[in-house]
Design a protein around this ligand. Sequence first.
Ligand code: PSU
Ligand code: MN
Length: 305
Amino acid sequence: MHPLLRVSEEVRAALADGRPVVALESTVIAHGLPYPGNVETATAIEKAVRDAGAVPATIGLADGRFTVGMSESDLERFGTAQGIPKVSSRDIGVVLAGGGLGATTVASSLVAASLAGIRVFSTAGVGGVHRGAGETFDVSADLVQFTRSPVAVVCAGAKSILDLGLTLEYLETQCVPVIGYRCDDFPAFYCRSSGHRNPQRIDELPLLVRALRAHWATGTEVGALVTHPIAEADALDSGYVEGAITDALAQADAQGVTGPAITPFLMKAVSAATAGASAAANRAVLISTAALAGEVAVALTAAGQ
Ligand code: PSU
Ligand code: MN
């Protein structure tokens, strides 16, 4: 194993035996949801991966290395520690050198997954092109990292707070496949549809696996997005969510919130404005996405990847 990784026994054994593993981020634990719901949700996400027949590997930074596969006490630590920094790809070196805790975003989790040889990652909504990016240039490093880590990212699209049309344009420019699994529309996290189409759609797991394998067989290091929406029963109405997002954006503007702070700020403001409905939807889609990622990992390893 790579010297920067501290891989749990369970994950190490699974990788050595060619068994399925799903990588998971920790920013959602440290910054996405309040304690104790964050730890409870992280545990439920891991259970969903296990129920699908794969091993969860929640990733974070601690003691100068990536933790790959958190224990119960690691989850508790990441869920309760105050002031734990949000670490994207460019922050990895500084946080490793400092030796403190770091919560990994999608981007930095993919760096660790790729070093560990994990081919499947799951989150509810990836980062993307922020609204107003024409002015601010705020484009999540998640999108750039997809071009550098050959990992299948199973998600319910990108966060609703983003400009999802521009996010899809950016992914096209960067040669990142976006495949809807059993869905036409690119999902919008808490909402079933962003109003934009997935560029590709596949309905059968074996075909999805063949597509991913063929993509990587070309020698590319680019990952792939596999999208699947939140369940109908858990989804929020997009008109309702849009109202909350517009208000949240106005608050962020008034308070001068920018940069890495903007995503957590907006997520919290939307949760407050929807009286927790968005937080409940967030939890539901984190779990359903993790279950699908588990299935994808099982199918990929059965095919020898
Ligand atoms: N969920 C939240 N808050 C967050 C994130 C998720 O409730 O901040 C993280 C994810 O880890 C995602 C990141 O990778 O936000 C993207 O942030 P940015 O737009 O700053 O790159
Ligand atoms: Mn940003």
